[in-house]
Design a binder for this molecule. Sequence first.
Ligand SMILES: *Cc1c(COP(=O)(O)O)cnc(C)c1O
Length: 221
Amino acid sequence: MTDIAKQLRQIKSTLPAGVELVAVSKFHPVEALREAYDAGQRIFGESRVQELTEKIPAMPADTQWHFIGHLQTNKLKYIIGQVALIESVDSVRLLEMIDDLSAKRGVVTRVLMQVHVAQETTKFGFLPDELVDWFASRGFESLKATHICGLMGMASNTDDTERIEADFRMIADTRRRILDAAPDLRGFDTLSMGMSDDYELAIAAGSTLVRVGTAIFGSRY
Ligand SMILES: *Cc1c(COP(=O)(O)O)cnc(C)c1O
């Protein structure tokens, strides 16, 4: 068995039922993705449009791609209709452009709204209150071809376990507050939280989708 297959198997054995694994393959060559695919992995996460569009034709057709990086609106045209989930919707403008292009192309795009709770100022996303307000004012009702499946978020980049736990709790809490504000929302079930160093804490806080790169593929140079 290859190292990638072993690491995948090890991680999967720790995931409770109902928690899915995104293998974050950014910066890794297609050969590495192939190894993961051959070991049974189907969901891959990429954070750059150009890299993603190069990898798509090099992988089997049943590979599911999640886009997890900051998405520039001028690059949307390359990925609408190509990805299973856009995890990183960080503005209403982006959401509306995804919706318009999806409608134009006759596809339904599944997305997560990205919540910003981490200490770092460089991370993209909505503030929790901002997002709750947007749902309370029912901005989602005008979407024609987009299904908002839940939230994605990252914890602060720190060794402080309590801080990480508090960040994950706040993301999970934001989902509950949104459901309170818009109880008729359907299929708003996905909570994408947790990376190589903190996915266990994320699962304890209610994550249903973990995004793991380094612990599967090794470090990115
Ligand atoms: C790179 C990345 C990951 C994976 O991080 P690792 O620490 O390598 O597991 C997860 N989520 C997002 C949004 C990323 O950009």
